[in-house]
Design a protein. Sequence first.
Length: 116
Amino acid sequence: MRKLLGYLVGFLVLAAVIAGSITAGWKIADNHNYARHHMYPLLDPSVSNPNVHPEIINFDPLRQNLKQYLDGLDLSHSLYFEYLPNGANISNGADNQSEAASLLKVPIVMDLYRLS
């Protein structure tokens, strides 16, 4: 009976150690994700999460339609955008000089969001 009780106590101690290790691992992982989210709260978490595999999006039809449309306009233009999860981008008129006023929108909107 004493031997059985010793095995039972040993098993319970081992189970407690394993459960504690698993819980500590989860807590560390949660703290890492929490810190990463709060360092960059305005970014989509999937951008910095290596476990998220974004779908492959074919931008070629959009790229061709935009090129055809913009080439039909008689104005100097420069267009660029990038899909952040996979880096696919579209640019048109990259050699044209223009004011980069559109780059001011993002910081202004971020500041307004923080104020609300």
